[in-house]
Write a protein that binds this ligand. Sequence first.
Ligand SMILES: [Zn+2]
Length: 249
Amino acid sequence: MKTWFATGILLLSTGCASVHDNKPPHWTYEGAEGPEHWGELADAYKACATGKNQSPVNLDNQHAVAAKLPPLQLAYGAGGYEELNNGHTIQVNYQPGGSLTLDGHRYGLKQFHFHAPSENQIDGKTYPLEAHLVHADQDNNLAVIAIMFTESAQDNPNLEPFWSQMPTHPDEKTALMPLVDVAKLLPAKRDYYRFSGSLTTPPCSEGVVWLVMKQPVNASKTQIEKFTQIMGHPNNRPIQPVNARPLLK
Ligand SMILES: [Zn+2]
């Protein structure tokens, strides 16, 4: 996932500054500033190297713990008003209003964005595309819903309202009108995995509730290629060790 809390989002994700000013240092998905080095780029990024509850993970059904997870309580509506290319992902920012209620606790939807190929895996399988729906509660605790995409012959019409306007260059953004409803991206069946993880980008902060939908949705090869071509590089962090964490299914 992309960001840690709502107000830090744009500054964090578009800033590419040196260690010597107060902005977070630049990072990438390959080379000297790639995932293997994130923890060394700044003190603030240390969790990327030393954290024990990092994301993404492989959701292995053999080791996942059967739990009676309750149906997700989602209330979204059309609120995606802006589409941003921040150089690390394509992100749709959401107006206040959409929410996830979890353990009786309300998390507001802040934004959703994409990774290609997927970051999380299910039974060792990597998907060509993964969406992250980022929510924060009033104390900026985060909950992320992940949706996997499989490749289909047909375009996914629910991507088109914003896929067709995807900003092609870093720091470019597009206003979305009509507003986009992320609920249309959800799979019909909403069973999910749950585990405690982290941001998948620096600063790799932990304490993030992860909810990964078991059922994938579709995107065509053309749609997937449009994203990967605009990004110009894979934007997935490698799989992280599960360590002592329970993965609930
Ligand atoms: Zn993400």
